[in-house]
Design a binder for this molecule. Structure first.
Ligand code: F6P
Length: 358
């Protein structure tokens, strides 16, 4: 009898999920022709509630370029996994029972930080799991790059490019708020790629006065417009002293819906420059994966099939120094890869005169 493997996608979606699913399936059918693949619906939710189906080979056809995930996804917070709520469902017990009911030899889990924490929990509980590194935030520990990041980066850069022309015409300050709550990799890279004048990241709290100076310096050079790329999780020096909940509440009380809204209003008041906020939002997670992500996702998927063939479980797939590899889940789960203030790209941007507000 051939192997039976399950696959699920968890957390925020991104371009490349289907490309990984296809990579796993194609390589698995090629390496292990008897393999059966079970698709679990809507991430851990489907595993908890027993929503799954046996996939056909044809289900994996034509999905390389398709955005989103054919399996559906959901957010199931790690911190609640061992908590029995009002529905009286023991999530961990159910996941183990459904894994058994599906008669799985292994389970592939595509997701980011929270997803990997639950994957490590399931490995501890004795399930054969393999994690695959997904997130547009690129903040998963142990891998140089996650799939989805480059597609989002292309979209975010295109957005800054488009903002450039209208900013120039009107001589305005444009604040472009990009995704990234805890980590600013997307904003850092898109800011550099799009030629932003200031880049504000969650990892580097900013001084408003220093950001405002950018406009004055540019005005002196005869440039009437400025572009500021700000990550949704960025904060000013005052806010950095607060806990996250406190910070969000203080912003809300002041009538600001986000850091970008606060920044745009404060900059306009301080500098007198007409300022606009642009929020690309979930557009950054939409559409087809970029060529880079298609290649990366295919490599990750094929590598996971090899791991299944060799019965290697309890690991997360990663890209390290240009090579696909794997790490024990217990070594990577619960850690994040954040932008360090002395990251080479931060230093390079500073050499160009890009302001980080520190
Ligand atoms: O983790 C990916 C991400 O896109 C973050 O950058 C963002 O903060 C979050 O997901 C948004 O989540 P949701 O889609 O649940 O609003």
């Amino acid at each position: 009898m051939g192997k039976r493997i399950g696959i699920l996608t968890s957390g925020g979606d991104c371009p490349g999920l289907n490309a990984v699913i296809r990579g796993v399936a194609k390589a698995s059918y090629h390496l292990m022709p008897d393999i059966e693949i079970i698709g679990i619906q809507d991430g851990y939710r489907g595993l908890i509630h027993g929503e799954y189906k046996t996939m056909k080979k044809s289900d994996f056809s034509g999905i390389l370029t398709l955005g989103g995930t054919i399996l559906g996804t959901s957010r199931q917070p790690f911190k609640l996994m061992r908590v029995i709520g009002e529905d009286n469902v023991d999530k961990v017990k159910n996941m183990k029972a459904n894994y058994k009911a599906m008669k799985l030899d292994g389970l592939l889990i595509l997701g980011g930080n929270g997803t990997h924490k639950t994957a490590a929990l399931l490995a501890e509980e004795g399930l054969n799991v393999i994690g695959l590194p997904k997130t547009i935030d690129n903040d998963l520990y142990g891998t140089d790059v996650t799939f989805g990041f480059h597609s989002a980066l292309d979209i975010a850069t295109d957005c800054i490019d488009k903002i450039h022309t209208t900013a120039t015409s009107h001589g305005r300050v444009m604040v472009v708020e990009l995704m990234g709550n805890k980590s600013g990799w997307l904003t850092l890279n898109a800011g550099v790629a799009g030629g932003a004048d200031a880049i504000l990241l969650p990892e580097i709290p900013y001084d408003l006065e220093k950001v405002a100076k950018v406009m004055d310096q540019r005005a002196e050079k005869g440039k009437a417009f400025s572009i500021i790329a700000v990550a949704e999780g960025a904060m000013d020096l005052q806010e950095a002293k607060m806990k996250r909940k406190e910070r969000l509440a203080a912003r809300k009380a002041a009538g600001y819906s986000s850091v970008g809204a606060k920044l745009a209003a404060e900059l306009e008041q301080l500098t007198g420059n007409e300022t606009r906020l642009v929020l690309p939002g979930h557009i950054q997670r939409g559409g087809s994966p970029s060529a880079y992500d298609r290649v990366l996702s295919t490599q990750f998927g094929a590598y996971a099939a090899r791991l299944i063939q060799q019965n290697i479980y309890g690991v997360g797939v990663a890209m390290v120094d240009g090579k696909v590899t794997h790490h024990p889940l217990k070594d990577i789960a619960g850690k994040s890869k954040l932008v360090q203030p002395d990251d080479p790209l931060v230093l390079c941007a500073k050499d160009l005169g890009i302001v980080f507000g520190d």
